[in-house]
Design a protein around this ligand. Sequence first.
Ligand code: HEC
Length: 126
Amino acid sequence: MTHRNILPVLLAALISLPATAQSLQIPKPSPGLMPNPAAGKSLFVKNCASCHGQDLKGTDKGPPFLHRVYEPSHHADAAFQLEVKNGARAHHWRFGDMLPVQGLSPDDVAHITAYVRMQQRIAGIR
Ligand code: HEC
């Protein structure tokens, strides 16, 4: 490689550095987003229900959300962002680890969280 060719490579490496640091941060929904439980419901059904259950009561592959462990005071909304992005190590249950869920934006996850919170309120979990 000549020196002329190495500059773009160096630049690209420098530019990708902040992106690496960012992946350790909590993904943030767009400023001003109004999380919408109805939008969250269809995203949940598509991406989460196979393990967490259509009715949020869990399956043999994942835990229920209508459970004291997930009351908002114990599991903040940021936990949803982190878990979807990075997965979750098995700790509360015996289902094994949760793998990261691909293809969801932080806005999508905010909608899903709003849906889960709404269902939790209906079930009397606060
Ligand atoms: C392939 C199965 C699977 C899918 C799909 C899945 N999860 Fe999970 N999830 C799990 C398992 C298993 C756990 C339990 C990890 C543990 O033991 O705490 C879990 C735990 C969680 C937790 C709690 C982790 C903790 O800190 O206790 C959150 C929040 C969560 N999932 C959100 C989601 C959301 C939101 C989606 C959809 C975008 C989703 N999951 C899709 C399997 C799944």
